[in-house]
Unconditional design. Sequence first.
Length: 286
Amino acid sequence: MVKPIEPATPKGVLPRYLHWTPVILGALVAAALSSILLAFGATIGLGISSTAPTWRDASAALWILSGLYLIIQAALSFGVGGYLAGRTSVGLVAADSTEIEHRDGLHGLAAWALAVVLGVALAALLGSATLTRSGNNVSSARTSAAEPLLSYEIDRLFRPSRRPANVDLAQERAEAGRILLTSSSHSGMSSEDRTYLAQLVAATTGLAGPDAEKRVDGVIASSQSAIAKSRRSSVILAFSVAAALLLGAVIAWAAAGIGGRHRDGAPVPHWMGAQGSGGAYRREVA
């Protein structure tokens, strides 16, 4: 029989059910490890979306592999964080081992929740800083949301046979980008927008009317394909993030239970394949 750890609270006073020091420690470790693994994945090219035009040539296998890596890194990060939260929490004397396991699991779940909140807050800060820096460089009236996604298509649209010197096409590019975004709607780009876009290209590049219309048609088709691929990658990314977070919560709970058992000198549960020499373990009051 394993001797339980005596509570640090005075006799007759109920101990706290949740201790925040182990929770914060587990959350910080999980967030740090997750950041390292995500940075490593991005370094070796495991990314299912990018602002560069070449990412659209990525195969479906790379999209799936990137999603699996996102799930695996979340499982590893939250597993380590949950284990530390359970391992460093204060043990309690209890007749029912299930209650102790639930308490340890709650520490792991709290560490998971805090790590998720920290990750979301950090991502929001980085995104806000990026938008602020971009807003300071370019006026919102001279850019559009289509520029990162359809930058290559817009380049093709306004590519002249002989580029004049010192010509600023920022306003035209922004307007064309907003028009091209409508090509992915259910009804597609309207004939009025197509005609206007062809006129804009002809006036800017010096192409003849039929040549400008031909170029516009080709760019519209390319834009539709690019937007469709972007949507597919967004769906895969959203599903991978949701699956990773849900799996991380389960693993954090289980890992915290294992950490609590190691803290009390007990074997891991039978469903994990480890059998204690004394059979089923039960933490009992001496």
